[in-house]
Design a protein around this ligand. Structure first.
Ligand SMILES: Nc1ncnc2c1ncn2[C@@H]1O[C@H](COP(=O)(O)OP(=O)(O)OP(=O)(O)O)[C@@H](O)[C@H]1O
Ligand SMILES: [Mg+2]
Length: 504
């Protein structure tokens, strides 16, 4: 093929970090006016390849061409001026600034050295209107939800009139409606001839939106094929290098006696959960389904003491329990894996060891790291090492900084951390979000194993196949209330959806 059939061509890209060869002759060829999905397991090198394009990393070897012309950007500013925009997996916006300042950061045409607020507002409005984004340009970024911040980033990409737009896991925190909105924006860009590189772990979504798919494994190019010719099974095979026999491992846990009894639990500050009553048994995996806004997260937060309770009672092993704070909850044998790990759960500038043991140092009572008031680094390191092994965390060492791990591996560190506190009740909010298929299966296995050990597990998830695949029972929330509880064996998507709409 001629050089200029491709809008973007990256060939033989190498990139090493200390102890890691992140890219090894990686390749990506994007045709104009197409959506090109970039897929691979956590740590395969997807984000690194895109950061090489965007001038964040300098590749060790290889060539990059845009519309047939060699391109090499020293930094993101140059990349944007050269027609490449990128929406990052981790949002790095300046939280104190407002929306429009973030959008135009450092490039707003100033007259006599002064930036006109009015003009900036007008231009921001125009872009938002064009894209159907309903966000106040003067709102502080820190006050927005993750999905709105995501939308602001996408608007920013569009405002640069980019020819190549990279979206790194843009939908991991969007609702279905927001995803549809995003897809409309993508289709609009595609029709204008823009090339879109789309990174996501959601298989169904990939086949729906993309024209071509490139799959990477261990930093290498594996295959590029037209999306209509691919199936989910084939993509998985390319990604993991083998057939994945069980997307859901066989269930070995057997629910026993009552562990947790929750009665009329009601949060203090609405909108929150109201009058929720249920029982969790030892060894049981209890799913929580519901639409966005059904207050599933608030339910977990009220149990865990993150959110205040107005009334209602929790008993564990027959004993009344009041979790006034997460620290108290941890002491009472609870653990909670939160939804927005990237915002609330990780210490990006610190290493894996710290991130693994922090919950134990901070109020956990099960494992002790102190001897005569001194921290035992031997034990810290041993626990961290075993967490890395059992969670199969991909890293050169336990000393690696969290920010240098791939997104999915950061999540595994957080899950590993909570398992170390050896809780009786594990609350998990969207535990597999942003995690690749192979790692998902590992986490399902882990959850089932924990169940087999007699722990009680509550899993909030928006992926119904996941709930149906691993849970014993599924409780469905609607408008903050409990709409019903189904035996997983008798449940299906339709019955769940009907309950989810009950009080919505
Ligand atoms: N700045 C860095 N320093 C050291 N290692 C790094 C750095 N950036 C990435 N890596 C390593 O390079 C490899 C590829 O990471 P990358 O973030 O590109 O994966 P990914 O395919 O985007 O994964 P995910 O789906 O989890 O986001 C990983 O092993 C990661 O730990
Ligand atoms: Mg990534």
């Amino acid at each position: 093929m001629e050089d200029d059939t491709y809008l973007l061509e990256m060939l033989d890209i190498d990139k090493s970090f200390p102890g890691v060869k992140a890219l090894n002759k990686a390749r990506l060829q994007v045709r104009p006016g197409t959506v090109h999905a970039l897929m691979g397991e956590n740590g395969a090198g997807k984000s690194t390849l895109m950061k090489c394009l965007f001038g964040i990393y300098r590749p060790d070897a290889g060539s990059i061409k845009i519309s047939g012309k060699p391109a090499s950007f020293a930094d993101p500013r140059e990349a944007m001026e050269g027609g490449v925009s990128m929406v990052h997996q981790e949002l790095n916006q300046v939280l104190k600034r407002n929306v429009m300042e973030n959008l135009w950061l450092g490039r707003f045409p100033a007259r006599f050295g002064l930036v006109s607020e009015r003009e900036m507002h007008k231009r921001t409005r125009a872009i938002f209107d064009e894209l159907g984004i309903k966000v106040d340009p003067r709102a502080a970024i820190g006050k927005l939800g993750v999905s709105q911040r995501q939308m602001v980033e996408i608007a920013k990409a569009v405002s640069y009139h980019a020819r190549v737009v990279v979206l790194d896991e843009p939908t991991s925190s969007l609702t279905n409606q927001e995803v549809e909105h995003l897809f409309r924006i993508i289709n609009k860009l595609r029709a204008e001839g823009v090339g879109i590189v789309y990174i996501s772990h959601r298989m169904e979504e990939i086949l729906q939106i993309s024209d071509d798919v490139t799959i990477m494994r261990d930093g290498e190019w594996i295959a590029t094929e037209p999306a209509p010719e691919l199936t989910i099974d084939r993509i998985i095979k390319y990604m993991v290098g083998r057939d994945l026999t069980h997307r859901f491992p066989p269930k070995t846990n057997v629910p026993g006696e009552d562990l947790l009894v929750v009665e009329n639990l009601t949060g203090k500050y609405p909108p929150t959960c109201r009058d929720v009553s249920f029982t969790l048994r030892r060894g049981e995996i209890l799913g929580v389904a519901g639409l966005v806004g059904s207050r599933r997260t608030e339910l977990l937060e009220t149990i865990f003491g993150v959110a205040h309770r107005a009334y209602g009672e929790i008993r564990k092993d027959g004993k009344r329990i009041v979790n006034r704070s997460p620290a108290e909850a941890i002491k009472n044998g609870f653990a909670m894996i939160t939804e927005e790990r990237r915002a609330n759960g990780i210490f990006a500038g610190l290493d894996i060891t710290f991130n693994t043991v922090i919950s134990n140092i901070n109020g956990g009572n099960r494992t002790r790291y102190t001897k005569l008031g001194l921290l035992s680094s031997r034990k810290l390191n041993k626990d961290t090492q075993s967490s890395i092994a059992s969670m199969r965390i991909k890293t050169p060492s336990r000393k690696a900084y969290l920010r240098n791990l791939s997104g999915g591996n950061q999540q595994k560190v957080v899950i590993g951390r909570w398992l170390l506190t050896n809780p009786d009740v594990l609350l998990m909010d969207e535990p597999t979000r942003g995690i690749d298929v192979g790692a998902k299966a590992e986490i399902y296995q882990l959850i089932i194993n924990l169940g087999s050990e007699g722990k009680g597990i509550i899993v909030v998830s928006s992926e119904m196949p996941e709930l149906l695949g691993i849970c014993d029972r599924i409780m469905v929330m609607s408008g903050g209330r409990l709409a019903g509880i189904l035996e997983a064996r008798e449940a299906n998507q339709e019955r769940i959806m009907r309950l989810a709409a009950k009080f919505a």
